[in-house]
Design a protein around this ligand. Structure first.
Ligand code: DC
Length: 240
């Protein structure tokens, strides 16, 4: 990647539980960029499917539904504890997107090509013309192949399961480590083996392995990557 301007768009991809949300949010706050977690678009499809009583495996019905949805990502209200708000057809669904019911079906609907095409279009519209940290599975490869910096955040399955388990426990959601591990293993398999846009690093992504790193250390390494890209600019081109 060659740059004529400071880093404006950052793509973060990687498997479930690698810490992409924590890193993405940290980077966005540091840089003053929009934080956009593209998983919310697939979660919105899953929620709509559940609410309409459509079978998640019914590809034609799910695809038709997805093609008619409108999703917006907005900055949070000042008194809110949420990092962003998601509106589905004008209704705030931010919290509903994180339910176990949505978790259980989202990988199924996210594998359908027509669903992916519709969501990629929504993701590009939401991110367009903004300074943004965009987080997902196929951002560097499909959604924003021209992103200024691409990070593929990885971690071992065990480390990811331990973090998820701790996070659930802290939210007072009862869970067993072995169930969390198995759930992640299944999501890995679905996300990596689907024919359309499987999870994989872009050829020009920087691979960051967070297995042995704290959230703070991971953020520090990513900020160093941004600074290195900006420092590589020609001397006469200064930041705005
Ligand atoms: O990151 P998450 O758990 O919110 O993602 C939910 C699902 O959506 C998960 O099955 C992966 C999928 N996803 C995707 O296929 N492509 C993206 N860009 C983001 C998420």
């Amino acid at each position: 990647m060659s740059h004529k301007h400071p880093v404006r768009t950052i793509a973060i991809d990687g498997p479930a539980g690698a810490g992409k949300s924590t890193l993405g949010l940290g980077l966005a706050r540091h840089l003053g960029f929009l934080y956009f977690d593209t998983g919310v678009t697939y979660r919105a499809v899953a929620l709509a499917v559940l609410r309409r009583g459509i079978a998640p495996e019914d590809e034609a019905a799910v695809s038709a539904l997805a093609e008619g949805l409108h999703i917006e990502v907005l900055p949070p209200r000042p008194d809110d504890d949420l990092p962003y708000l998601v509106h589905l057809d004008g209704q705030d669904v931010t919290r509903a997107l994180r339910s176990p019911e949505v978790d259980a079906v989202v990988s199924i609907v996210a594998a359908f090509p027509r669903v992916r095409r519709a969501m990629v279009a929504q993701q590009r519209r939401i991110a367009s013309g903004r300074q943004a940290v965009v987080v997902g599975r196929d951002i560097g490869t499909v959604v924003m192949p021209d992103a200024d910096l691409k990070i593929y955040l990885d971690a071992s399955l065990e480390a990811r399961a331990a973090r998820r388990h701790l996070e659930l426990t802290q939210r007072n959601v009862a869970s067993r480590y072995s169930d969390v591990l198995e759930g992640l293993r299944q999501r890995d398999r679905l996300d990596s083996s689907r024919a359309d846009s499987p999870l994989r690093p872009a050829h020009d992504a920087v691979i960051l392995d967070s297995t042995e790193l704290s959230a703070e250390e991971t953020l520090a390494q990513a900020l160093a990557l941004v600074e290195a890209r900006n420092a590589a600019l020609a001397p006469h081109q200064s930041a705005p």
